[in-house]
Design a protein around this ligand. Structure first.
Ligand code: HEC
Length: 199
């Protein structure tokens, strides 16, 4: 390798670094309420598909019976619908107010991930976006049920059937209560036997 080549190479690396840094800096302190340009969405989608690892397969098989899907849906509505919407299509001003905007879970960009990658995303979240990691908040089995439910959301017929049942059960609302979320309140009530309130 000639000396010139090496100097050229180093200069190239430095210039790329500086230009990249300037592009990065120019993204900070800008409005969140605009749509990202197509090239940005395209590049970042490609990168995420390469970078997001596969979670290990579940140690116990997670069923996809309607009851499993409904449980996934119940937890989805409780935890996720506030941002992604009940239908998963992120079709609200709130969802578009994020930058990058909240993902449409029924879109090809999201459905293209493997089940294992979707599980990883739910578990770990996505850095520098509004997508939180649910590790320690939602247990693994439930996370897998939510993954299967996200597949069902992309199938209009199935999604419609599940929606009808969840509506019947009064669970078609964001932040809908799920069973475990009741327990602390009930337990708290038991700790206050009658009469304790009188002093
Ligand atoms: C506080 C708002 C918020 C909540 C709550 C939330 N998300 Fe997200 N989610 C986001 C945002 C913002 C993105 C876009 C991230 C990106 O562009 O990479 C996202 C992206 C995703 C993606 C796709 C990632 C991609 O590459 O487009 C999946 C899958 C996902 N969320 C699932 C869920 C699930 C399941 C839940 C509930 C357990 C949930 N999210 C709760 C904000 C949220």
């Amino acid at each position: 390798m000639s000396k010139q080549f090496i100097i050229g190479l180093i200069a190239g690396v430095v210039i790329c670094g500086v230009v990249g840094g300037l592009i990065g800096l120019s993204m900070v302190g800008k409005k969140a309420t605009v749509e990202p340009p197509d090239w940005e969405t395209y590049l970042i989608t490609k990168l995420k598909n390469l970078e997001i690892p596969e979670s290990p397969a579940p140690t116990i098989p997670i069923g996809t019976t309607d009851e499993d899907l409904l449980q996934g849906g119940e937890h989805y509505n409780h935890h996720c619908a506030v941002c992604h919407d009940l239908e998963g299509d992120a079709d609200s001003a709130f969802a578009k107010g994020f930058y990058p905007p909240v993902s449409d879970l029924t879109s090809e960009n999201v459905q293209r991930y493997s089940d294992q990658q979707l599980k990883w995303i739910v578990d770990n979240g996505i850095r520098y976006t509004g997508m939180p990691g649910w590790n320690g908040i939602i247990d693994d089995v439930t996370q897998w049920k939510i993954v299967h439910y996200m597949r069902a959301l992309a199938n209009p017929e199935k999604a419609g059937q599940l929606e009808a049942i969840l509506k019947e059960r009064g669970l078609w609302k964001a932040l809908a209560p799920v069973d475990e979320h009741h327990e602390p309140e009930e337990a708290a009530e038991h700790e206050h036997p009658e009469g304790e309130h009188h002093h």
